[in-house]
Design a protein around this ligand. Structure first.
Ligand code: CA
Length: 227
């Protein structure tokens, strides 16, 4: 059973989300401020965190940064929630590296679909094994990534993106296919998310980042070593 941590100070929203997730078969943990949320996330290591941004104690961005700095928290997928619909908040959330982002008010069903999409891609196919490509190695079961045989820190989203491209190396991958396979759906709002994640991914890969090519009008591809 997957465990989901809800970090949300607004009691009625936390209850509503929690009720719907439990009904869908998830185990639910709740924290009501940023400090409790950070501690609980690192201690309990849930499979996914629903993180409100406006929190007492420590805001959602600070919680998120703390989790990404800590080896116990770095790989946990995060869906950010905000009441603020301004574009800059949305972009800030996505650029921070959140796996997904929802603006209040949202329907519990929409949240549930996104939670399921993220967990589905985080689980990967059963019995999956290692996959190597050039300087990259992917442990699909543990979602661990190695760059030149050194552990590399990729978020689950970056991991899936890079793996998807490497498994199809040499062939340009369409933006919508990438969005659908990695995020579980594709729409215009997430088009920007794809580019943001790709930029961060390239940065993390250092000199090997150039193996990822932008294919104008199509999407992205990973270049084969012999090219
Ligand atoms: Ca709040």
């Amino acid at each position: 059973m997957h465990r989901i941590l809800i970090v949300e100070d607004e009691q009625d929203i936390a209850e509503l989300i929690g009720f719907n997730l439990q009904r869908a078969g998830f185990e639910v943990l709740k924290a009501h401020d940023g400090i409790e949320g950070t501690e609980m996330a690192l201690r309990e290591r849930p499979d996914l965190i629903v993180l409100d941004l406006m929190l007492p104690g420590r805001d959602g961005y600070a919680v998120f940064r703390e989790l990404r700095r800590d080896p116990r928290g770095v790989g946990i997928p995060v869906i950010m929630l905000t009441a603020r619909a301004q574009t800059e908040d949305r972009i800030q959330g996505l650029e921070a590296g959140a796996d997904d982002y929802l603006t209040k008010p949202f329907s519990p069903k929409e949240l549930l679909l996104r939670v399921q999409a993220i967990l589905k891609r985080a689980d990967g196919p059963p019995g999956a094994v290692d996959f190597s490509f050039g300087p990259f190695r992917f442990d699909k079961n543990a979602l661990k990534f190695y760059l030149d045989n050194e552990p590399g820190e990729l978020t689950s989203t970056e991991f899936k993106l890079l793996l998807y491209l490497c498994e199809r190396a040499g062939k340009p991958q369409d933006r919508n296919d990438l969005l659908r396979s990695v995020w579980g759906y594709s729409d215009a709002a997430h088009s920007r998310t794809l580019d943001t994640h790709m930029k961060r991914l390239r940065q993390k890969l250092g000199p090997h980042g150039s193996l990822i090519e932008t294919v104008r009008g199509v999407g992205y591809r990973v270049v084969r070593a012999e090219e």
